[in-house]
Design a protein around this ligand. Structure first.
Ligand SMILES: NC(=O)C1=CN([C@@H]2O[C@H](COP(=O)(O)OP(=O)(O)OC[C@H]3O[C@@H](n4cnc5c(N)ncnc54)[C@H](OP(=O)(O)O)[C@@H]3O)[C@@H](O)[C@H]2O)C=CC1
Ligand SMILES: O=C(O)[C@@H]1CCC=N1
Length: 264
């Protein structure tokens, strides 16, 4: 697979690392206007770093766009005459509808809209995808790409904004929970490094318990909460302080903001 990542910034580089991690490409182009800080990716023999988007498109089949929304239309204009039936176009751009892409490059292209997160760099992204009409013929390819770097789910385009909050912003939300747990562990006497080790592996274990067993979180909670024990006492105090409520309110606020950005 010949992959180009157009816009090798935070997310683009995370995808590049995921592709390298999973041996997912025969060749990979990484583009940005100022390439100095990513030149070191060329040490991986099959990677070319360039500011020339047209060269990247000409030499690749799978085009992954990871630029800021305000830059995307101009880049599609720049490369549209090079697109052919071999190209699969994958956008990660927040709030940029498929119809808007089709208005620039036409509906006779395989278009996939995706919402990965930065854990793609370690092969563990939750990635939501949807396609245009023609893109349905390449959905299996898109799923294969993202499943090599985590887990994917096809959703209707209308849910892409919500998926952005839960999956992409979600990484930041979970990081804050891990950090808070770490701070609690330090208060209980662990040094900072050990505290983080305890917090992140316990978080990983909780997620894996649900993924592997298919159980509901409350079922797993019931297995931990000894009657009159310390877990239920701690959990109830967290709920009195608004843990679930504040998480839900944060998610809804984030969703309201993303809808405002799209309208803007
Ligand atoms: N960060 C995240 O966790 C997630 C981000 N997204 C979406 O992904 C997109 C990228 O986000 P993020 O990585 O955070 O943003 P960044 O600003 O970190 O990356 C965007 C990159 O695009 C490059 N760029 C700008 N203009 C061009 C151009 N003409 N040709 C090629 N490259 C260009 C910039 O580099 P230079 O200025 O040197 O050209 C920059 O490195 C956004 O649309 C965002 O909504 C989606 C999910 C998660
Ligand atoms: O914070 C943002 O707006 C973007 C979208 C998802 C992740 N970063």
């Amino acid at each position: 697979m010949k992959i180009a990542i157009i816009g090798a910034g935070n997310l683009g580089l995370a995808i590049a690392k995921g592709v390298l991690h999973s041996n997912g490409a025969t060749t990979m182009y990484l583009t940005k206007r100022n390439t100095v800080e990513i030149q070191n990716f060329e040490k991986y023999g099959n990677v070319t770093v360039t500011s020339n988007n047209r060269e990247a498109v000409k030499n690749s089949d799978v085009l992954i766009f990871a630029v800021q929304p305000g830059h995307f239309a101009a880049i599609l204009e720049e490369i549209k005459d090079l697109l052919n039936e071999n190209h699969v176009i994958i956008s990660t751009i927040t709030g940029f509808r498929i119809s808007k892409m089709e208005a620039i490059i036409g509906s006779d292209q395989y278009i996939i809209r995706s919402m990965p997160n930065t854990a793609i760099s370690v092969g563990n992204s939750m990635t939501c995808i949807c396609t245009n009409e023609l893109g349905k013929k390449r959905i299996d390819l898109a799923k294969a790409i993202f499943n090599r770097m985590g887990h994917s789910l096809e959703i209707p385009e209308e849910q892409m904004q919500a998926a952005t909050v839960i999956c992409a912003s979600g990484i930041a939300f979970w990081m804050r929970l891990i950090r808070a747990t770490t701070q609690g562990a330090i208060q209980l006497g662990f040094d900072a490094k050990e505290a983080q080790e305890l917090a992140m592996h316990t978080c990983n274990g909780a997620a894996n318990l649900l993924i592997d067993s298919g159980t509901h979180p409350e079922e797993e909670i019931d297995r931990v909460t000894t009657p009159k024990g310390c877990t239920i006492e701690g959990l109830n105090e967290m709920e009195h302080q608004g843990l679930s409520s504040s998480l839900i309110k944060g998610i809804v606020t984030s969703f309201e903001k993303i809808n405002q950005i799209r309208k803007g």
